[in-house]
Design a protein around this ligand. Structure first.
Ligand SMILES: C[S@@+](CC[C@H](N)C(=O)[O-])C[C@H]1O[C@@H](n2cnc3c(N)ncnc32)[C@H](O)[C@@H]1O
Length: 205
């Protein structure tokens, strides 16, 4: 496999250093209390769910517990190791892959009913955002949903993130074959001063 572009790796490598701390921090909020905007779009029957940038696996485990087959993509080795140890559910397949290409996921040939992209897409530089969205379009079945959150505001020390306006996200999604059904802006769970979060539900046409 080709070497990972530095600009892409800068988005996820810092999470290797932070994994021991994030193991606790990301586990504070239980799945049942997360993603309220997205719940009406969760598959109503057991389906295929893709979690992109799955972190320590809280959401992957939540979807598996709801009866779905989950492909959880996490490119940071230390995060993936924590996730596999903490959330080793038989319905979760953990894959070392990354946006924008998601090449290993594409190779599997699956189409997904529901794709969660929670707090990961803003790690992509502008050069990679359209191809990232196009990959999500390739992997989502017609009528399926991509639910995405994007962080805005000061970038935490040591991380690499890019500002993506709501209009840009919606335009890129439209080009990839999605219609935006939900667009919300809020302060997020932690209410960090200066930080806001966008939430989108995109439906595949
Ligand atoms: C802020 S954490 C969010 C984790 C989890 N989705 C959540 O909401 O708790 C961002 C995650 O995105 C992953 N990530 C960063 N760049 C990525 C990329 N290019 N493709 C996929 N995941 C990426 C990081 O390794 C990290 O685990």
């Amino acid at each position: 496999m080709a070497a990972v572009d530095d600009a892409i790796a800068r988005g996820y490598l810092p999470y290797n250093r932070e994994a021991p701390v994030l193991r606790t921090r990301y586990a504070v909020k239980p799945f049942a209390e997360k993603h309220q905007h997205f719940r009406p779009y969760f598959p109503s029957r057991p389906g295929n769910v893709l979690d992109v940038g799955a972190g320590i696996g809280v959401d992957a485990q939540g979807f598996a517990d709801l009866g779905h087959q989950v492909v959880a993509v996490e490119p940071a080795d230390a995060m993936r190791a924590v996730a596999i140890e903490a959330h080793n559910h038989s319905a979760i397949t953990w894959i070392d892959d990354h946006l924008p290409g998601l090449e290993k996921v594409k190779t599997r040939g699956d189409l997904f009913d529901f794709v969660l992209v929670s707090a990961s897409f803003m790690h992509l530089s502008p050069d990679h955002q359209q191809s990232g969205m196009t990959s999500l379009g390739r992997l989502t079945m017609q009528g399926g949903h991509v639910c995405m959150t994007l962080r805005h505001g000061p970038v935490p020390d040591g991380r690499t993130m890019y500002e993506i306006s709501d209009e840009t996200a919606i335009r890129r999604a439209d080009k990839a074959g999605f219609t935006c059904l939900v667009r919300e802006r809020g302060q997020g769970l932690k209410r960090v001063p200066g930080v806001t979060w966008s939430s989108f539900v995109f439906e595949k046409r």
